[in-house]
Design a protein around this ligand. Sequence first.
Ligand code: GLV
Length: 307
Amino acid sequence: MTILILIPGRDCRDLAAALKKNDPTLDIRIWPNDGEQADIDYIISWNHPAGELHNYPNLKVVASFGAGVDHIFNDPALPENITITRLVDDCLARQMSDYVLGAILNHRLRLTEYREYQGAGVWSPKESRTGNHVCLLGLGNIGQEVTHSLTAQNFKVSGWSQNPKNIKGVTSFQGDDELAKAISDADYIVCLLPLTPQTENILDKTFFARAKKGAYLINVGRGGHLNEDDLLDAIYNEQISGACLDVFRTEPLPDAHPFWRHPKIYITPHSASLTNIEQAALQLIENHRKMQNNQPLSNQVDRTQGY
Ligand code: GLV
Protein backbone atom coordinates (compact mmCIF):
# COMPACT_ATOMS: atom_id res chain seq x y z
CA MET A 1 0.00 0.00 0.00
CA THR A 2 2.69 2.47 -1.02
CA ILE A 3 2.64 5.44 -3.38
CA LEU A 4 5.68 6.00 -5.58
CA ILE A 5 6.29 9.38 -7.20
CA LEU A 6 8.10 8.60 -10.45
CA ILE A 7 8.94 11.93 -12.06
CA PRO A 8 12.54 11.96 -13.30
CA GLY A 9 14.34 15.31 -13.16
CA ARG A 10 11.93 16.99 -10.74
CA ASP A 11 12.43 17.63 -7.04
CA CYS A 12 9.28 15.92 -5.78
CA ARG A 13 9.56 16.68 -2.06
CA ASP A 14 6.84 19.35 -2.35
CA LEU A 15 4.42 16.86 -3.90
CA ALA A 16 5.26 14.24 -1.27
CA ALA A 17 4.64 16.84 1.47
CA ALA A 18 1.29 17.88 -0.08
CA LEU A 19 0.18 14.23 -0.25
CA LYS A 20 1.27 13.64 3.36
CA LYS A 21 -0.57 16.77 4.50
CA ASN A 22 -3.80 15.18 3.23
CA ASP A 23 -3.07 11.81 4.75
CA PRO A 24 -0.12 11.59 7.21
CA THR A 25 -0.45 7.79 7.40
CA LEU A 26 0.61 7.28 3.79
CA ASP A 27 3.86 5.57 2.85
CA ILE A 28 5.23 7.73 0.03
CA ARG A 29 8.47 7.12 -1.82
CA ILE A 30 10.25 9.18 -4.41
CA TRP A 31 11.88 7.37 -7.34
CA PRO A 32 14.63 6.14 -7.64
CA ASN A 33 14.53 5.51 -3.86
CA ASP A 34 11.70 3.04 -4.19
CA GLY A 35 12.70 0.57 -1.45
CA GLU A 36 10.85 -2.77 -1.52
CA GLN A 37 9.27 -2.67 -5.00
CA ALA A 38 6.53 -5.17 -4.14
CA ASP A 39 5.01 -2.60 -1.70
CA ILE A 40 4.13 -0.20 -4.46
CA ASP A 41 0.62 -0.29 -5.88
CA TYR A 42 0.06 3.35 -6.97
CA ILE A 43 2.49 5.37 -9.09
CA ILE A 44 2.31 9.07 -9.86
CA SER A 45 4.10 9.46 -13.17
CA TRP A 46 5.38 12.13 -15.51
CA ASN A 47 7.69 10.85 -18.24
CA HIS A 48 8.63 7.62 -16.47
CA PRO A 49 11.43 5.67 -18.20
CA ALA A 50 10.09 3.07 -20.65
CA GLY A 51 9.84 -0.39 -19.13
CA GLU A 52 10.24 0.89 -15.55
CA LEU A 53 6.69 0.01 -14.48
CA HIS A 54 7.44 -3.71 -14.80
CA ASN A 55 9.63 -3.48 -11.69
CA TYR A 56 6.52 -3.18 -9.52
CA PRO A 57 4.74 -6.56 -9.40
CA ASN A 58 1.74 -5.27 -7.39
CA LEU A 59 1.15 -2.08 -9.35
CA LYS A 60 -2.55 -1.29 -9.84
CA VAL A 61 -2.75 2.38 -10.83
CA VAL A 62 -0.59 4.85 -12.77
CA ALA A 63 -1.78 8.41 -12.20
CA SER A 64 -0.56 11.08 -14.60
CA PHE A 65 0.80 14.17 -12.88
CA GLY A 66 -0.94 16.31 -15.50
CA ALA A 67 -3.90 16.45 -17.84
CA GLY A 68 -2.05 14.68 -20.64
CA VAL A 69 -1.29 10.96 -20.70
CA ASP A 70 0.66 10.68 -23.96
CA HIS A 71 3.86 10.41 -21.88
CA ILE A 72 2.42 7.23 -20.32
CA PHE A 73 1.33 5.70 -23.63
CA ASN A 74 4.80 6.47 -25.03
CA ASP A 75 6.03 3.52 -22.96
CA PRO A 76 5.94 0.57 -25.37
CA ALA A 77 6.12 -1.80 -22.39
CA LEU A 78 3.11 -0.34 -20.56
CA PRO A 79 1.67 -3.18 -18.42
CA GLU A 80 -1.77 -4.33 -19.65
CA ASN A 81 -3.58 -4.76 -16.37
CA ILE A 82 -3.16 -1.34 -14.76
CA THR A 83 -5.64 1.54 -14.49
CA ILE A 84 -4.49 4.91 -15.83
CA THR A 85 -5.85 8.20 -14.56
CA ARG A 86 -5.21 11.83 -15.38
CA LEU A 87 -5.70 15.14 -13.59
CA VAL A 88 -8.87 17.03 -14.40
CA ASP A 89 -9.26 20.25 -12.50
CA ASP A 90 -10.74 23.68 -12.82
CA CYS A 91 -7.43 25.29 -12.03
CA LEU A 92 -5.76 23.77 -15.13
CA ALA A 93 -8.75 24.71 -17.27
CA ARG A 94 -8.88 28.30 -16.00
CA GLN A 95 -5.18 28.85 -16.62
CA MET A 96 -5.61 27.56 -20.15
CA SER A 97 -8.59 29.86 -20.78
CA ASP A 98 -6.53 32.86 -19.66
CA TYR A 99 -3.62 31.83 -21.84
CA VAL A 100 -5.71 31.35 -24.98
CA LEU A 101 -7.54 34.64 -24.47
CA GLY A 102 -4.21 36.40 -23.86
CA ALA A 103 -2.67 34.92 -27.02
CA ILE A 104 -5.65 35.98 -29.12
CA LEU A 105 -5.70 39.52 -27.71
CA ASN A 106 -1.94 39.84 -28.10
CA HIS A 107 -2.27 39.10 -31.81
CA ARG A 108 -5.44 41.11 -32.28
CA LEU A 109 -4.03 44.23 -30.57
CA ARG A 110 -0.54 43.76 -32.10
CA LEU A 111 1.08 44.05 -28.67
CA THR A 112 4.18 42.06 -29.61
CA GLU A 113 4.60 44.13 -32.78
CA TYR A 114 4.49 47.31 -30.71
CA ARG A 115 7.09 45.87 -28.32
CA GLU A 116 9.37 45.43 -31.31
CA TYR A 117 8.67 48.97 -32.51
CA GLN A 118 9.49 50.19 -29.00
CA GLY A 119 12.88 48.50 -29.20
CA ALA A 120 13.56 50.33 -32.46
CA GLY A 121 12.10 53.66 -31.22
CA VAL A 122 9.34 53.56 -33.88
CA TRP A 123 5.96 55.34 -33.40
CA SER A 124 3.54 53.70 -35.85
CA PRO A 125 -0.11 53.24 -34.89
CA LYS A 126 -2.06 50.54 -36.77
CA GLU A 127 -5.63 49.28 -36.76
CA SER A 128 -6.26 46.29 -34.50
CA ARG A 129 -7.06 43.07 -36.32
CA THR A 130 -10.77 42.46 -36.71
CA GLY A 131 -11.02 38.63 -36.97
CA ASN A 132 -13.43 37.35 -34.36
CA HIS A 133 -13.95 33.68 -35.13
CA VAL A 134 -12.08 31.13 -33.00
CA CYS A 135 -12.10 27.42 -33.73
CA LEU A 136 -11.02 25.10 -30.91
CA LEU A 137 -9.70 21.66 -31.76
CA GLY A 138 -10.53 19.55 -28.72
CA LEU A 139 -13.63 20.06 -26.59
CA GLY A 140 -12.81 18.10 -23.44
CA ASN A 141 -13.10 19.73 -20.03
CA ILE A 142 -10.30 22.24 -20.76
CA GLY A 143 -11.66 23.00 -24.25
CA GLN A 144 -15.12 23.59 -22.85
CA GLU A 145 -13.83 26.02 -20.23
CA VAL A 146 -11.99 27.90 -23.01
CA THR A 147 -15.21 28.12 -25.06
CA HIS A 148 -17.00 29.68 -22.08
CA SER A 149 -14.39 32.37 -21.60
CA LEU A 150 -14.34 33.19 -25.33
CA THR A 151 -18.12 33.33 -25.78
CA ALA A 152 -18.27 35.61 -22.70
CA GLN A 153 -15.92 37.95 -24.60
CA ASN A 154 -18.23 37.90 -27.65
CA PHE A 155 -15.99 35.79 -29.86
CA LYS A 156 -17.73 33.60 -32.41
CA VAL A 157 -16.66 30.13 -31.28
CA SER A 158 -16.72 26.83 -33.08
CA GLY A 159 -15.16 23.57 -32.06
CA TRP A 160 -14.05 20.26 -33.46
CA SER A 161 -13.76 16.97 -31.60
CA GLN A 162 -13.81 13.25 -32.31
CA ASN A 163 -17.16 12.74 -30.61
CA PRO A 164 -20.28 14.94 -30.83
CA LYS A 165 -20.51 17.77 -28.28
CA ASN A 166 -23.36 20.08 -27.48
CA ILE A 167 -22.06 23.29 -25.93
CA LYS A 168 -24.20 26.41 -25.64
CA GLY A 169 -23.14 29.10 -28.09
CA VAL A 170 -20.61 26.86 -29.88
CA THR A 171 -20.99 25.44 -33.40
CA SER A 172 -19.62 21.91 -33.15
CA PHE A 173 -18.02 19.74 -35.79
CA GLN A 174 -16.92 16.20 -35.36
CA GLY A 175 -14.84 13.47 -36.91
CA ASP A 176 -12.22 13.59 -39.66
CA ASP A 177 -14.78 14.42 -42.36
CA GLU A 178 -15.71 17.71 -40.70
CA LEU A 179 -12.24 19.01 -39.84
CA ALA A 180 -11.87 21.04 -43.04
CA LYS A 181 -15.30 22.62 -42.56
CA ALA A 182 -14.52 23.42 -38.91
CA ILE A 183 -11.39 25.42 -39.67
CA SER A 184 -12.24 26.95 -43.06
CA ASP A 185 -13.65 30.20 -41.66
CA ALA A 186 -11.67 30.59 -38.44
CA ASP A 187 -9.41 33.59 -37.76
CA TYR A 188 -7.83 31.79 -34.80
CA ILE A 189 -7.25 28.04 -34.56
CA VAL A 190 -6.48 26.70 -31.09
CA CYS A 191 -5.16 23.14 -30.71
CA LEU A 192 -6.11 21.62 -27.34
CA LEU A 193 -6.21 18.03 -28.50
CA PRO A 194 -4.77 15.06 -26.66
CA LEU A 195 -1.83 13.55 -28.55
CA THR A 196 -2.81 10.16 -29.94
CA PRO A 197 -1.83 8.28 -33.11
CA GLN A 198 -4.96 9.84 -34.72
CA THR A 199 -4.03 13.43 -33.87
CA GLU A 200 -0.25 13.28 -34.34
CA ASN A 201 0.87 15.71 -37.10
CA ILE A 202 -2.69 16.96 -37.55
CA LEU A 203 -1.32 20.51 -38.01
CA ASP A 204 0.40 19.89 -41.32
CA LYS A 205 0.48 21.41 -44.79
CA THR A 206 -2.89 19.90 -45.79
CA PHE A 207 -4.42 21.39 -42.66
CA PHE A 208 -2.88 24.82 -43.23
CA ALA A 209 -4.05 24.82 -46.88
CA ARG A 210 -7.62 24.28 -45.66
CA ALA A 211 -7.46 27.09 -43.10
CA LYS A 212 -8.66 30.60 -43.90
CA LYS A 213 -5.84 32.69 -45.41
CA GLY A 214 -4.18 34.67 -42.63
CA ALA A 215 -5.48 32.48 -39.77
CA TYR A 216 -3.42 32.55 -36.56
CA LEU A 217 -2.43 29.28 -34.86
CA ILE A 218 -2.26 28.71 -31.09
CA ASN A 219 -0.85 25.30 -30.12
CA VAL A 220 -1.30 24.38 -26.48
CA GLY A 221 -1.81 20.65 -27.15
CA ARG A 222 1.48 18.89 -27.76
CA GLY A 223 4.48 19.47 -29.99
CA GLY A 224 3.69 16.20 -31.78
CA HIS A 225 0.53 17.73 -33.25
CA LEU A 226 2.54 20.16 -35.35
CA ASN A 227 4.64 19.60 -38.44
CA GLU A 228 7.13 22.38 -37.73
CA ASP A 229 8.50 22.73 -41.28
CA ASP A 230 4.97 22.92 -42.68
CA LEU A 231 4.18 25.74 -40.25
CA LEU A 232 7.30 27.67 -41.29
CA ASP A 233 6.28 27.28 -44.97
CA ALA A 234 2.67 28.30 -44.26
CA ILE A 235 3.87 31.46 -42.47
CA TYR A 236 6.36 32.23 -45.24
CA ASN A 237 3.54 31.90 -47.83
CA GLU A 238 1.29 34.08 -45.66
CA GLN A 239 -1.33 31.34 -45.51
CA ILE A 240 -0.90 31.49 -41.72
CA SER A 241 -0.26 34.94 -40.21
CA GLY A 242 1.71 33.66 -37.23
CA ALA A 243 1.62 31.31 -34.29
CA CYS A 244 1.72 31.24 -30.53
CA LEU A 245 3.27 27.96 -29.40
CA ASP A 246 3.54 26.60 -25.87
CA VAL A 247 4.52 23.02 -26.70
CA PHE A 248 7.27 21.57 -28.86
CA ARG A 249 8.50 18.28 -30.26
CA THR A 250 11.66 18.65 -28.21
CA GLU A 251 11.44 20.39 -24.84
CA PRO A 252 13.26 22.48 -23.83
CA LEU A 253 13.27 23.92 -27.35
CA PRO A 254 16.84 23.44 -28.68
CA ASP A 255 18.98 26.60 -28.88
CA ALA A 256 19.36 26.47 -32.66
CA HIS A 257 15.66 25.97 -33.36
CA PRO A 258 14.32 28.53 -35.88
CA PHE A 259 11.21 29.20 -33.73
CA TRP A 260 13.32 31.06 -31.16
CA ARG A 261 14.08 33.93 -33.49
CA HIS A 262 11.10 33.87 -35.85
CA PRO A 263 9.38 37.29 -35.89
CA LYS A 264 5.89 35.78 -36.35
CA ILE A 265 6.20 32.99 -33.81
CA TYR A 266 5.63 33.71 -30.15
CA ILE A 267 6.82 30.99 -27.81
CA THR A 268 6.27 30.15 -24.15
CA PRO A 269 7.99 27.30 -22.26
CA HIS A 270 5.13 24.77 -21.85
CA SER A 271 3.71 27.06 -19.20
CA ALA A 272 0.16 27.72 -20.45
CA SER A 273 -1.32 25.59 -17.70
CA LEU A 274 0.80 24.26 -14.86
CA THR A 275 -0.26 21.56 -12.42
CA ASN A 276 -1.05 23.05 -9.03
CA ILE A 277 0.50 20.82 -6.35
CA GLU A 278 -2.24 21.29 -3.73
CA GLN A 279 -5.08 20.65 -6.20
CA ALA A 280 -3.25 17.68 -7.69
CA ALA A 281 -2.59 16.18 -4.24
CA LEU A 282 -6.31 16.27 -3.39
CA GLN A 283 -7.25 14.36 -6.54
CA LEU A 284 -4.40 11.89 -6.25
CA ILE A 285 -5.25 11.07 -2.64
CA GLU A 286 -8.94 10.76 -3.42
CA ASN A 287 -8.25 8.25 -6.16
CA HIS A 288 -5.77 6.40 -3.97
CA ARG A 289 -8.54 6.03 -1.36
CA LYS A 290 -10.94 4.77 -3.99
CA MET A 291 -8.37 2.24 -5.14
CA GLN A 292 -7.97 0.97 -1.57
CA ASN A 293 -11.74 0.67 -1.19
CA ASN A 294 -12.13 -1.07 -4.56
CA GLN A 295 -14.28 1.79 -5.87
CA PRO A 296 -14.16 3.04 -9.48
CA LEU A 297 -11.50 5.75 -9.88
CA SER A 298 -12.21 9.26 -11.16
CA ASN A 299 -10.80 10.51 -14.45
CA GLN A 300 -9.82 7.12 -15.79
CA VAL A 301 -8.25 7.08 -19.22
CA ASP A 302 -9.80 5.00 -21.97
CA ARG A 303 -6.88 2.93 -23.24
CA THR A 304 -8.43 2.40 -26.67
CA GLN A 305 -8.92 6.15 -27.24
CA GLY A 306 -5.63 7.13 -25.59
CA TYR A 307 -7.14 9.94 -23.48
C1 GLV B 1 0.45 19.61 -19.39
O1 GLV B 1 0.86 19.67 -20.50
C2 GLV B 1 -0.46 18.60 -18.91
O2 GLV B 1 -0.71 17.62 -19.63
O3 GLV B 1 -0.96 18.76 -17.79
